[in-house]
Design a protein around this ligand. Structure first.
Ligand code: TZP
Ligand code: MG
Length: 224
């Protein structure tokens, strides 16, 4: 047996699951302080600005201080829905729903370094298609009931174990995730858990919310 094998195998294992924060559906200019508190709670890999039904100029105005904060804290700043807005802001990436345009178009606009994610609901087919098209991650959900988004899709956590066994492309689990119900998704091997309401509505505040998730993720020894 090649003596380097165990080492390489170790390196090829996926890193532990990380937290991907999603903004509340509506925010005001004071939200930058709330985000700062949340980021004080523990490591956050990415923050997605997801503001539905607002025009792009209004989103851009709210985005700038949040983007600056994310840059300071080394948190990837991702814009939801619009590759054009992500480009205009110089965001780190864009998250595309199935109706938000093609990955290839977003890639052309944003370049090689941009993080492009795609909503794939409960579908292996959509995820493989997104992977083929050059997405940087695929998102599955909603794993649990949520009031943040109207969705009829309810994948089983086994979708995450299948995906992570078969593909190296990172996956994100989303939908109604709380510190109390995240463990089966982490056990199934998800690379990220994406969370909105559980952090912003955490009774002791967003800092404690992020800390509660961090405690779970810190215990994730990942995949022997
Ligand atoms: N996509 C599927 S469920 C969902 C999105 C954007 C909402 C996630 O928010 P929450 O509050 O963590 O359920
Ligand atoms: Mg969308």
């Amino acid at each position: 047996l090649d003596p380097g094998f165990a080492d390489r195998f170790e390196k090829e294992r996926r890193p532990p699951c990380q937290l991907y924060l999603i903004s509340p559906p509506t925010i005001d200019t004071g939200f930058v302080n709330t985000l700062a508190r949340a980021l004080d709670g523990g490591p956050v890999a990415a923050f997605q600005l997801r503001l539905k039904g607002m025009d792009e100029d209004a989103i851009a105005a709210l985005a700038l201080p949040l983007q600056r904060l994310c840059a300071q804290r080394e948190v990837a700043f991702i814009i939801n829905d619009s590759a054009a807005l992500a480009h205009r802001l110089g965001a780190d990436g864009v998250h595309l729903g199935q109706g938000d345009g093609k990955v290839a178009e977003a890639r052309k606009l944003l370049g090689r370094e941009a993080q492009i994610g795609v909503t794939c609901h409960d579908s292996r087919h959509l995820a493989m298609e997104a992977g083929e098209a050059g997405a940087d991650y695929v998102a599955f959900g909603a794993f649990y009931p949520t009031t943040t988004k109207e969705t009829e899709y309810r994948p089983d956590p086994s979708l995450l174990s299948w995906w992570t066994t078969v593909f190296g492309l990172p996956c994100v689990a989303i939908g109604g995730i709380t510190p109390d119900n995240a463990q089966p998704l982490i056990n199934a091997g998800t690379d990220f858990i994406a969370v909105s309401s559980a952090v912003w509505k955490y009774p002791e505040g967003p800092e404690s919310g992020v800390a509660a998730f961090s405690a779970l993720l810190g215990a994730d020894k990942r995949k022997g």
